[in-house]
Design a protein around this ligand. Sequence first.
Ligand SMILES: [Zn+2]
Length: 651
Amino acid sequence: MKKTFYITTPIYYINAEPHLGHAYTTMVADAIARSRRLLGQDVFFLTGTDEHGQKVARAAKAAGLDTREFADGIAGKYKALFATLGISNNDFIRTTEPRHIRAAQAIWRRVRDNGDLYKGTYEGWYCTVDELFVPESQLVDGRKCPTCGTEVERLSEESYFFRLSRYEDRLLEHYRTHPEFIAPEIRRNEMTAFVAAGLKDLSVSRTSFKWGIPVPDDPAHVMYVWFDALTNYLTAAGFPDDEVRLSRYWPADVHLMGKEIVRQHTVYWPAFLMAAGLPLPERVIGHGWWLMHEAKMSKSLGNVVRPQGYVERFGLDALRYFVMREMVLGQDANFADEAFLSRYNADLANDLGNVVSRVTTMIQRYCSGVVPARQPASETGLDVELEKTAAATIGRTLADAARFDFSAALRSTWELIAALNKYVVAREPWALAKAPESRALLETTLYNAADALRIVTALVDPVMPQSAARIRAMLGIEPETWVDLRPRTLPASVRLGRIEPLFPRMEHTVDELRAMSESPKTEGAAPAPAAAAPAPTPAPAGGDKISIDDFMKVDLRVAKVLSAEKVPNSRKLIKMTIDVGTEQRTLVAGIAEAYEPEQLIGRTIAMVFNLKPAKLMGIESNGMVLAASPEGGKPTLVSFDGEIPPGTRVR
Ligand SMILES: [Zn+2]
């Protein structure tokens, strides 16, 4: 493996504020960067802002600001967003910085000295939104840009041209001999067809506006934005002055971006580099678009998701997990709040959150909070199977991450979480804990479970760095790389840290989430209210019967057990923290003879919601669990078919 790894996001154009699209590219690049650091590479991760061009000058004017002031403001918003998203970039470049102006002028001179720039007159249809001349054949309704729908303008001006037409054959040859250069394959096929259809020389300067980098020796011209912008990847790598740094990081390993700018990065950029006599980047990856209501998220369509709201409500890692799990690299994906909630509750609260809570709680309870040693003699096929699954999961997840496919990597890791949950249920440590002769097997079980949890933690680290740190703190272990990650290397005798819930179950409604995005209001989009209670009918008087009015006074609800522990000095009582949808409550139940606390964590129960609080062994209980209590037998909790959200009423 190479010693260094250089990854870039596009530099984001600052004519508007950042949204989920920008956040997504940067979060994926961050996960890639983190995974490479875990593999021991010297990673250079670059992001930044593209600040020149007519569109920025116009946006500043519209905002009543000086252009530089406007640029500072938006660049600051990007920096703040990336801090909120936990982005681990090593550098943030702004194309208005002196180092970049020097680099762009240096590459211009090289290209010019190579004979690839000449002066001419450009006349054509120009889209000021995309800052591109649009070929007449591609215009929509004769006047509109095919990308954004804005009316194009006729522009004619003196311009420098880059001899792109010279590079057709060399580009096609490069695509052929470096099939990994453009990913996914569909983009490579598109670009091959585009170049094969013939390339025209490219207009690379403007005289009609001033907000740009002056062309060397001809200051009436400023550089056309792509020539300026693409060069940023070289600037940050030390071009043109720092040759040591440049040879260390250039060529870049990955340029990551949305698919709409793959052409500029796989046709213009390599041609500029060839003309300047510089090596080409290893790989250009174009990811798909986030769609909302089946349309691409964009400011002009008013369906933009701002990521900050999700981070505030669900935590950063929930957003990072969702976008990376949901979007298969290269394909489009829908940002749906229903899917967000269900992934949060199923994958994070239920699968990952529960297994963390279970394993740590059991070590706390049965081993005084110290990870026990594995006792090989006690192992059975179940333990061997878990070890095999863990080893296979490491291999698969690392291979998925090496292909930059974090959706697959997370799917792989979740197979180990499922296996670990199954292992605990099958082994029933709570039953082992009752029989002194099972002590060795109990300790082995808890060791193996904690060890598998350690592996899960290391594997989710690039996508969910905050959660990984929290689980490590609970397990009392240090950060771990991927270099030598393998099962059964957890040191025994480490003391657990403070145990805390990782992903508390969330009951935000889809409506609440929708209010966080700027989606257009649609008629009748609100979900239908739950069926109204039936009209009370008077019950026949007499006997022990109660009227439906009386019954309706009892508020029965579904709840979920978040944590559970035995009440000290009591044979029967268990104290639980439960999630009732709108809040968390403490509830004490006399079910300790039938259930171990660990069995209850994550379980859905039915309860009386509006019972007056009662004190049991000094603990205030808010509500009562419903259980069938057969004569002379142990209580059995009422349960439900399927997953019912906490807070649901029972009638
Ligand atoms: Zn356009």
